[in-house]
Ligand binder design. Structure first.
Ligand SMILES: Cc1cc2nc3c(=O)[nH]c(=O)nc-3n(C[C@H](O)[C@H](O)[C@H](O)COP(=O)(O)O)c2cc1C
Length: 184
């Protein structure tokens, strides 16, 4: 199997990380993979905020969980109320992906960038998990301002990065292959 297909199949959402920070050279390669994502009309409407300050990551965890705890969807509410649940899984690097509000394909382009970065991370043997919950906390304009998200951009998604904790690699969640039709 070639290296790209190998990375696609071996990437897993990792929820346990070693505490040490990843190397700047590795992070640079991951960010560049995001910058090379396709985008509608080559708009490149993304902005990446790299958060490596433990206190800021913990604050984002707290505000996200507070909002989750008020939600009607039972399983999300329960996670918000669970004192042991950490939305960022104590990973050392959090990447917030914001997109230009006035670009029609902005959110889709940002998703393409996220996936490129997760695959780049896997190719470097760095763990990652795409995070939707974190956005509950940082969608708030005041919080986005604290992260220096540029004017005219909105945080869409986030993910964390970190070295994989040994023996913590999750099983592959089952895949449904019955999702294809052919017109020939
Ligand atoms: C848009 C999106 C949001 C997600 N949000 C979270 C999240 O907040 N927390 C989490 O642990 N996993 C999150 N995930 C990861 C999914 O649970 C995971 O991709 C899925 O279970 C398949 O597992 P795999 O990534 O190991 O293949 C998210 C994935 C996507 C695409």
């Amino acid at each position: 199997m070639n290296e790209v297909l190998k990375a696609i199949k071996s990437r897993r959402s990792l929820r346990k990380y070693r505490p040490e920070q990843i190397k700047q050279e590795e992070l640079n390669m991951i960010i560049e993979a995001g910058i090379y994502a396709p985008s509608g009309h080559n708009s490149q409407p993304w902005h990446f905020t790299i958060v490596q300050d433990r206190k800021v990551i913990e604050h984002i965890n707290d505000i996200s969980k507070k909002i989750m705890a008020t939600m009607e969807i039972e399983w999300i509410k329960n996670l918000g109320l669970d004192p042991d649940f950490d939305v960022t899984y104590k990973a050392p690097t959090l990447v917030v992906v914001s997109g230009k509000k006035d670009v029609p394909s902005s959110e889709i382009d940002c998703c393409a960038a996220v996936q490129n970065m997760l695959l780049a991370a896997e190719s470097l043997d760095i763990g990652s998990v795409w995070l939707g919950f974190v956005i509950f906390g940082i969608k708030n304009q005041e919080e986005a301002k604290k992260l220096n998200v540029p004017e005219g951009y909105e945080p869409y998604y986030a993910f964390v990065l970190g070295y994989k904790e040994k023996d913590s690699y999750p099983d592959v969640p089952s895949r449904n292959y019955d999702v294809v039709n052919y017109i020939r």
